[in-house]
Write a protein that binds this ligand. Structure first.
Ligand code: 4NP
Length: 161
């Protein structure tokens, strides 16, 4: 079935821990949904310190435990991303603030917090930065990404009706 397509960019600070997890989990969640072939996604960081790097080993381990692969390499968000992506989905409030600084004014409404798609989370909830923390923190990020991905897929399906 042909139809409009939607593109989603997941954004965190370094693009090595949370947003590559979000991107991979969201892509996995899309499998089997009626919009699977009409949604594309990527991830990027608001800072450039890790550009070109593979995701953090704990992100890779947690994804592997869930049977999910990723070939992502870190990159930094650019102004062009606001033209290329319909939705910019941030992990925390600092990411939203950084995105708003570089966003063309008319695109600011397309920036959201990832956990705002999870109806079981209070509005404004963040995906906490696991950088420097043990595996349990990365497993928590995975759980939050899985819930928010379910909600985002549901929202995108509803928008197409
Ligand atoms: P991320 O985590 O934003 O989830 O990728 C971080 C990765 C690296 C740094 C901070 C957060 N850092 O300061 O290098």
């Amino acid at each position: 079935m042909a139809g409009p397509s939607t593109s989603v960019l997941f954004v965190c600070l370094g693009n090595i821990c949370r947003s590559p997890m979000a991107e991979a989990v969201f892509r996995h969640t899309l499998i089997g949904s009626p919009i699977a072939h009409r949604v594309t996604c990527d991830s990027a960081g608001t800072a450039g310190h890790h550009v070109g790097e593979a995701p953090h080993r704990s992100t890779l381990l947690v994804l592997r435990e869930a049977g999910i692969d990723t070939a992502h390499r870190a990159r930094r968000v650019t102004r062009d991303d606001f033209d290329r992506f319909d939705l910019l989905v941030a992990m925390d409030a600092a990411n939203v603030a950084s995105l708003r600084e570089i966003a063309p004014a008319e695109t600011r409404a397309r920036i959201s917090l990832f956990r705002d798609f999870d109806a079981s989370s209070p509005r404004g909830s963040e995906v906490p930065d696991p950088w420097g923390n043990p595996m349990t923190a990365f497993r928590e990020v995975y759980t939050l990404c899985a819930r928010a991905s379910e909600g985002l897929v549901r929202e995108l399906v509803a928008r197409e009706r």
